[in-house]
Design a protein around this ligand. Structure first.
Ligand code: NDP
Ligand code: GDR
Length: 337
């Protein structure tokens, strides 16, 4: 029997890769899309199936993590075997500008979904997209036993979602797990996260479309992995006999400056000629260093990362150079529906 999954945040970076993975495994995938005045399905347009098609395996629904009743109704209608909660206001800097909204969607949203599962009585497994940002000020290496010390409204909200997930597991015996994922990137990464901001700038500078790149703190250390590999870890977490929480990371550290060096170097450019500082991109409280220890995921899930930061930077630069080339050639065509 084909299995059914519900993904919140299906239009995001991870939602798009996870949809592809689950479809390739024969799942019927339902995605929660929030209403927008512009198209927000660019990352999943290539797998979109219109409402007129029969026997669809990829189905989108309008709903929102702020609407608990809609979540209950959706769960009753779909009755998924697995639920992946990837929806969030996921930008750390923005969370300082919109702290209550971030708390509502990223924190309470996780609880709304858990409570909707309980209230609907649907027997399902649930994955919560927890984050290394929860470790915040606690020094690396970080693993499942590392204490949390979040440094942003986003990190605080994710800690709330984390504990809500643990609580529903303990209180109601739900198969509910936290994937504590360290930064993971790809050509589909949002353009305002630092890696993509850099690789997109490299491509645009190379094409003569941009002269400068404004950034904040270049000393931050991150453990950057490759998103398609990380969604595979999410799926594995829901296939075990017992629910438990996992760190997912590469264990390899790099500063933003090192990422700049690799990305610009790959296009034969010297980043020092183009990068300028703007304090606007700094955070009121910064997370200095995140480096994960994913030993538990390797041991229990058999999960191991392949792509490390330098290769990741090259993959992203190459993809952005292709994209800029296509844009310049006028090849970006949106099919209306
Ligand atoms: P993205 O920002 O790319 O995607 C976030 C998704 O959440 C989008 O589909 C967005 O919709 C949706 N969303 C935003 N607000 C709401 C809302 N009110 N109701 C329903 N959906 C909403 O994030 P990623 O794909 O990078 O990350 C996926 C999840 O994993 C997030 O929860 C993130 O916080 C977490 N995470 C990410 C890490 C990373 O390095 N990428 C690391 C650790 C955790 P729209 O497209 O309309 O904006
Ligand atoms: P992060 O990712 O905050 O780790 O959260 P981001 O790419 O935004 O920042 C990484 C580091 O780069 C520094 N930085 C800048 N960041 C941005 N966005 N823009 C800049 O111009 C810039 N200049 C320097 C930041 O200060 C920071 O230290 C991501 C998100 O995907 C979260 O949702 C996820 O939970 C965590 O990763 C793990």
């Amino acid at each position: 029997m084909s299995r059914t999954a519900l993904i919140t945040g299906v239009t995001g970076q991870d939602g798009s890769y996870l949809s592809e993975l689950l479809l390739s495994k024969g799942y019927t995938v339902h995605g929660l899309v929030r209403r927008s005045s512009t198209f927000n399905t660019e990352r999943i347009d290539h797998i979109y199936q219109g409402p007129q098609e029969s026997g669809r395996s990829f189905v989108l629904h309008h709903a929102d993590l702020s609407d608990g009743v809609a979540l209950v109704n959706l769960l009753r209608e779909i009755r998924p075997d697995e639920v992946y909660n990837l929806g969030a206001q996921s930008h750390v800097r923005v969370s300082f500008d919109a702290p209550l909204y971030t708390g509502d969607v990223t924190g309470l949203g996780a609880l709304r979904l858990l409570e909707a599962i309980r209230a609907s009585g649907v027997d399902t497994r649930v994955y919560q997209a927890s984050s290394s940002e929860m470790f915040g000020a606690t020094p690396p290496p970080q693993n499942e036993r590392t204490p949390f010390h979040p440094r942003s409204p986003y990190g605080v909200a994710k800690v709330y979602g984390y504990w809500a997930t643990v609580n529903y597991r303990e209180a109601y015996g739900m198969y509910a797990v936290n994937g504590i994922l360290f930064n993971h990137e790809s050509p589909r990464r949002g353009e305002t996260f630092v890696t993509r901001k850099i690789t997109r700038a490299v491509a645009r500078i190379k094409a003569g479309l941009q002269g400068e790149l404004y950034l904040g703190n270049l000393d931050a250390v991150r453990d950057w992995g490759y998103a398609p590999e990380y969604v595979d870890a999410m799926w594995r977490m829901l296939q075990q006999d017992e629910p438990t929480d996992y760190v997912v990371a590469t264990g390899v550290a790099a500063t933003v400056r090192q990422f700049l060096e690799t990305a610009f170097g790959h296009a034969d450019l010297d980043w020092r000629e183009y990068v300028r500082h703007d304090a606007k991109y700094e955070r009121p409280s910064e997370v200095d260093a995140l480096i994960g220890d994913a030993g538990k995921a390797e041991e229990i899930l058999g999960w191991k990362p392949e792509v490390r930061v330098d290769e990741l930077a090259r993959i992203m630069v190459d993809a952005d150079i292709r994209q800029v080339r296509d844009e310049l050639a006028g090849a970006t065509v949106r099919v209306d529906r």
